[in-house]
Design a protein around this ligand. Structure first.
Ligand code: AMP
Ligand code: MG
Length: 347
């Protein structure tokens, strides 16, 4: 299949490209598009056959449900049942934005979209291209991250091209995303609501809005069965063997230098994930700065891209510093730990 690629500029959307993409979705095809979190792979969420194509294109296990994207609160009614009262408060505060909420599903949503579950995950993105596309595409667009299953999520159209060219109908290239980690997932079918995946909307932000919120134990700890089916799969994995080194900063730097030197001596190619504050201290290997500790959102936005860069550089081992779990740090560490298969060295 030929994959059409169209550039769309924020602030002056090319109407023809968006309409072409909308027509593909309405006919049951697949279109990758930017959102503020990561690029999504869209299909008509209410058309079971279309949603099923997503699983084939990504190589995604069929029990891993899709998030349905909408652009307005009114759209919730058709696809959900028994929506709890606090939903409006949360939606007023954080929608549109990087937050997904899970509700009981209505009959309108096929099981092919929800991985056989009686619940449905819903998000209202803020990205202008995403919103325009959802509206012309029928209003309900199922969209997981637009990567091959298991690989780091795409934060630029080039990442989508790498994984899905020839497997999908179209890619809308809206440039790099602004957040870089997938949405927070909040299960609204339990009391109190539970975070199943951390993201840019933090526990503290949700609690400021509705009071107590719990967090699924599987979010940080290994060997726990997560409540979001997709969270149990190996994810975000670079091809190299990735280890996280944690502890006091000067000891972390010495340890990474020691490990990197050993591997280089053994003839292996090594990548190091440091920060603006630390990169000058590393003495060998392919050293990359992921961002600055002064603003963790800079780390979030580069995490997946840096893992893909190390894939392209064909390194054998990657050593990464560890990050605080405050605020968005909790989402950064959740993805980094998964990418590392929970391999952590404490110094
Ligand atoms: P992705 O869109 O690729 O970032 O993945 C979507 C995530 O949402 C996966 O981890 C899914 O398991 C999770 N998810 C989607 N729908 C549901 C649902 N109804 N219940 C629990 N988790 C869900
Ligand atoms: Mg994904």
């Amino acid at each position: 299949m030929e994959t059409i690629i169209k550039r769309v500029k924020k602030g002056q959307l090319d109407k023809d490209s968006i309409e072409m993409a909308g027509a593909i979705l309405k006919k049951g095809g697949l279109v990758a598009f930017p959102t503020e979190t990561v690029y999504g792979l869209g299909a008509d969420a209410l058309n079971e056959k279309a949603a099923e194509k997503i699983y084939a294109a990504k190589g995604r296990p069929s029990d891993n449900p899709l998030i349905v994207h909408i652009t307005n609160l009114g759209a919730l009614e058709k696809i959900t049942k028994n929506v709890p009262e606090e939903t409006k408060k949360i939606a007023d505060a954080y929608w549109p934005g990087p937050l997904t909420m899970i509700f009981e599903k209505s009959e309108a949503v096929p099981y092919g979209t929800t991985g056989g579950l009686d619940t449905v995950a819903v998000r209202m993105p803020s990205d202008e291209v995403a919103r325009a596309l959802i509206d012309v595409g029928g209003g309900y667009i199922a969209a997981p991250s637009a990567n091959t299953s298991g690989r780091p999520s795409p934060t630029m159209a080039e990442h989508v091209e790498e994984d899905l060219t020839g497997r999908i109908d179209m890619i809308l290239d809206g440039g790099p995303v602004s957040i870089g980690l997938e949405s927070t997932i909040l299960d609204m079918t339990v009391t109190p609501p539970m975070i199943l995946r951390p993201g840019a909307i933090t526990k503290e932000m949700l609690e400021a809005c509705i009071g107590e919120v719990t967090v699924d134990k599987a979010v940080i700890k290994p060997n726990q069965r997560p409540k979001a089916p997709g969270m149990k799969y190996r994810h975000y994995a670079p091809k190299a063997d990735l280890s996280i080194v944690e502890g006091e900063m000067s000891k972390v730097i010495s340890k990474i230098n020691e490990l990197a030197a050993e591997q280089v001596k053994a003839g292996h190619k090594v990548g190091i994930i440091g920060t603006k504050e630390s990169v000058a201290n590393y003495i060998c290997g392919d050293v990359k700065s992921i961002g600055t500790r002064e603003d963790e959102s800079t780390i979030a936005v580069h995490l997946f891209a840096i893992l893909r860069e190390f894939d392209a550089d064909q390194v054998d081992y990657i050593y990464s510093e560890s990050f605080d779990t405050e605020g968005i740090g909790s989402a950064i560490m959740n993805r980094l730990l998964k990418a590392a298969g929970h391999h952590v060295i404490t110094v």
